[in-house]
Design a binder for this molecule. Sequence first.
Ligand code: ATP
Ligand code: MG
Ligand code: FE
Length: 345
Amino acid sequence: PIVLGFETSCDETGVGIVRGIELLADAVATSVDEHARFGGVVPEVASRAHLDAMVPTVHRALDQAGLKLSDIDAIAVTSGPGLAGALLVGVAAAKAYALALGKPIYGVNHLAAHVCVDQLEHGPLPQPAMALLVSGGHSSLLLVPDVATDVRPLGNTIDDAAGEAFDKVARVLGLGFPGGPHVDRAARDGDPAAIAFPRGLTGPRDAPYDFSFSGLKTAVARWIEARERAGEPVPVADVAASFQEAVVDVLTRKALRACKENGVDHLLIGGGVAANSRLRALATERAEAMGIRVRVPRPGLCTDNGAMVAALGAQLVASGVEPSALDLPADSSMPVTEIVAQGLS
Ligand code: ATP
Ligand code: MG
Ligand code: FE
């Protein structure tokens, strides 16, 4: 089926088109520059920007794919989780297109879409797969027997998400927003072993699949403060590299442990932080030594986009999952176990 997907859960207006697992178009407009001076996404600003960008982005996607609206077989839209007002714009737009075209609509889970998108690049998802989902709002280990019907959370962050930690550390280092790509770049010239930052929740009695990044974030801020108080310059590259190493060390160790303990030999990494160059390298290196295959989509498909939503929509169609009712809600706290939204009635 040809599926048109809408993504508006945060500050990216994404419209993607797929045919099965083939990527036909991926158009993204972002309001990131409008949020930068606030150091974080401002929900009202994001919603407004989605309204402005929505229809032009649909046209851009159709142009890329060389298709007309009448070629579309089904609509998919991020139902949640995300910013309520931002989600509403995408959900309302998707409903309008579905109604006008007389096509089914699937309200899909944004987190499952982050996992599903790798199909577009590396072919059908292995079943089962272990998924490490690391993004601006989430850090989870998911056992995924079938991304269309069965996603099981094994562990989550108990405080900050990995991407949130990158963004906050970038801020104390005086780097730009969002922080992940800036820290990634700064870290290239730094020594990852320069500073021994804490590895959260890695003690023998800690929950094996949960994460914690708030202690690390505080440790980095304290370390920088101490340098400044001593009147010494802050070695930005070394701090960035050492912080990044602490994050990706824990992420890869726990994800591979989950693979081993659950007898799963494929690890998928998804979400914005999966774009991190050191995470990609270390996961691949450590997995190889354990006979585990790692799959990570290219960076542009890791951060929010419409293609991932279309990809999950197409998977739902292929699996014979019932579409959502036309009164499907925007659900800002949609749980990852709910892959497709039900109607309200
Ligand atoms: P969620 O998916 O949990 O709803 P989100 O959609 O806002 O959150 P994503 O777009 O998936 O988040 O990811 C954005 C996050 O990814 C930001 O925190 C950003 O700093 C981080 N990020 C992007 N690129 C990199 C990178 N190269 N290294 C580390 N982090 C990165
Ligand atoms: Mg974003
Ligand atoms: Fe996301």
